[in-house]
Write a new protein. Sequence first.
Length: 280
Amino acid sequence: MCSSESAIDAAVALGLPLALRTGLADIDKVLHNDLQYGELSEIVGASGAGKTQLCYNLVAHYLLHTKFSVAWLDSNGSFRAHRLQEYIAGCDGSLDDSVDSFLERVAVTRVTDQMQLIEALELIDDYFEDYCIRLVIIDNTFEMFDERLLGEGVGRSAIMTMILNRIDTLTGAGCTVVTTSSITQEEDERRELMKTWIQHLRGRVLLEDDGGIRIILSLNKDCIAAEMARQPRFFFSVEEYQSTQALQCACLSCSLAPEDSQRQCCFQITRCGLQNIEYS
């Protein structure tokens, strides 16, 4: 059992940043405004870009620096306990044989469709306090959606509403929810589904693989007016970000150059975790 204290309360009490961290300064600068505690955020990128690896690092750092538990919802069976162990050991080399004990605070379940996702979110809510769950990873979100529902407006809308309502319940209680999603050439129905999803996100980051060099980029393009209205806006696609018009809009609204270190950085994936690098 644990108290009803949230990760946000604990961070405030300790004077810590109110966002998930990797322990790597350059990456954490990018994540600071996108993966905030008590919010729904998303990591997007092509298959193999490193989304799951980034989640391992986030979870490892979280387990090492909080007393809370993590729920990992796996859509394609890609979760590997030994890989998370390597990340934990990489974050703190002094742990030695005690690494295994951290896995006791990680609950992993296979979720292959949207109904299983709803059931899993309900179960997390039921055991939220008993197991002190304050972080939920939903890996490869849209692989859980039945393609047959994408063209059924009413069914699609109802299921999406149910999922978002359950996520809202968790984040409202102070739980942080991070999802991953692959970027593909989607049909119109899928784009509409994604737009509904994106409207509920607090933060969104993009991962790209450039010959083994991973580039992480904030897709949050808040301007002052949007911030005052507490309505974050995002680049919907990689193409939008890369277009000249979108870049000019981002620079004007954020007063940041696209290559600003607060918006993007580079890293490599190693056996022991992530490693910041300089890349041009």
